[in-house]
Each structure stands twice: as C-alpha cells, then as structure tokens.
Design a protein around this ligand. Sequence first.
Ligand code: KG4
Ligand code: ZN
Length: 346
Amino acid sequence: MGIVLGIESSCDETAAALVRADRTILVQRIASQDDEHRPYGGVVPEIAARAHVERVMPLVEATLADAGLGLADVDAIAATAGPGLIGGVMVGLVSAKALAMASGKPLIAVNHLEGHALSPRLADASLEFPYLLLLVSGGHCQLIVVEGVGRYRRLATTIDDALGEAFDKTAKILGLGYPGGPAVERMAATGDPAKVRLPRPLLGSAEPHFSFAGLKSAVLRAKDAGIHANADIAAAFQQAAIDCVIDRTSRAIAAAGRVNALVVAGGVAANTAMRTALDALAGASGLRFVAPPLALCTDNAAMIAWAGQERLALPGFSADPLYIAARPRWPLDPDAAPVRGAGVKA
Ligand code: KG4
Ligand code: ZN
C-alpha cells in the first residue's frame, strides 16, 4: 500500500506526516512556533522562515523513525508549494526537492488550500465529490464547490479580512495573545453575546461573499468604550461571526447546485460553536455535514500527504519537476472572477 511523506511549512507550523493510501495516518508530527511569535502578537515571516530551516529535516527524520521506515519505503514526497509566507514555503519545498532527488521518488507540489479542501476525505472515506466546502483559516475565507481533485469552483471569498484573521485581531484587542482563535473561543464561552451589539457585515446580500473588517473595527470600539466585560465582547464577536458564516453559507447552498455534503475545513473549523451552527444549517438544508477532527483542521502535514495520495491516484499522474517554484499566491480557482473590494486576498 503506497505511502506518501507530506511536509507543511506555509505559516508557523513545521509539520511532517506519513499517510498510507488506505487513509491510515502512520505518523504525524507538528513543531509549533508559537513561543517564537508570541512576543510579537502574530507571525513574523522572517522568524518563521528561520524556524522552519532549523526544524524541517530533524522533523522528517523523526517522522520516518517513528514509523520505522526509511525514504526507500516511501512512494512519493508531497510538500506545500504555496500559497503562504514565501520564506517558509521555500524551506519546505526545497527540502522535499532534496529528498526527492536523493531518493529518486516523485515530488508532488501541493497547494496548501487543496490540502485543506481534501482533508475531509482523509477523515471520511465515504465523502464523495462534489461537496460544498467552507474553507475558513487565518489567510482564507471561501466557499468552494469541490468537484474533484484539482477541480474547484469558487462561489465566494472575503472582500477584506479572513475569518481566522478576525479571530486573531479580536484576541489582540482583548489582550488574549497569540494564537487568538482558541483563546477567543474559550473566553466567549463565559460571556453573554446579547450584552454587546456588533454588526453583521453583508448579512442578506445576494452573493455569498464575506466581510469582517467592519466587525473587527466594531470590536475595537466596544473595547475602547470601556464599559463591557471582555468575555461579553468575545461572545458577541463569535456570535456575529457565526451569524455571518451561516447566512453566507446558506446562500452558497442555494447557489451550489447538487452537492453531497456541506464540509468545513481550515483552522477556524476547530471552533466548536461554529461547527454546531453549521451542522444545524446542513440538517435544515437536507445535507450531510462533514468536519474533520480538530487536529486535521489547523495546519498539518497529514492533509498535504493526503492531497499527494489523491494526486497520485489520478489517471495519468505525473510528478512535478524539481524546478517547480514556491508561490506566495495560488488560487484554487484561477478562473473565479475578481470580487469588488477584494485586494490582496483571493
Ligand atoms: O488553517 P490554519 O491553521 O492556518 C492557515 O492556513 O491560516 O488556521 C489558523 C487560523 C488562525 O487564525 C486561528 O486563530 C484560527 O485558525 N483558529 C480558530 C480556532 N482554532 C484556530 N478560530 C476560532 N476558533 C478556534 N477554536
Ligand atoms: Zn492552513
């Protein structure tokens, strides 16, 4: 049974994993850089790139050792080739190229977003194409019809901030530190969302796009007013974010055509309140709801190895050339029309 070694380094986690074609995750290891970035309240690209350099090869060696395997036992080497912080992406990709060259194994350059998009199929063998994917992470906020491996139809994106970014900025405003999403979720559980009124940008608008910049500014104003408890602000923020996500996703369900399931992936998919609300929406829409386990939602290398397995299984698979470049931007659906107001994020 084929084994793929996956390497992930697009943001602040260095990760390696070995995944078998039958979906068994033989080993997965993640080296977090939280301690390095915490003093700055967010990811510093230069620090991230240096940390990836120090960690990636020892991590790959430890991953292989854990499985009792050598490179010779691996069928392909898959690495994130973008989008992401370019220094980190280059470190992971160059390492994968070196391993591929030394071992003679095929290199598979994986789109990080494709890793997230296919991760639910690693967790759930019965999930068939097409499905509607809500991809919510620190850098992306999109609704995509996943029609097959490499076949993506984007229905919506954010016109300003990604949802994870809004969680992280809210955490910063409330002094909760980095990384922000889990801290906001914990604090929100102790607050009353009804005590702070916050806007729901784009609620009810015809196309299912997202906007979170106005919500973030409203959180800042609520904090500056000095009259609200932090827990109430966190709860109100999370509720507003969920209301937006549910409204936008229900529009997308109407626009998607026939799909087999509503699927959520990306770091924010680790948010339990969000998963519960999406589960209810799917139920009301007559759709199955699929969410990967938390460890597969935030950045990891098992999803990169799995995307490699999916590519390897395609008829006419061919390895990527060793000269393939790392890409800071790499949309899943290059044909999607640009969205008015959307600047650097796509
Ligand atoms: O997918 P991911 O690990 O990295 C990117 O590709 O961006 O997503 C990270 C994002 C961060 O913004 C983080 O705050 C958010 O996911 N996140 C959460 C939770 N866990 C992680 N947001 C809300 N609730 C959570 N429990
Ligand atoms: Zn990610």
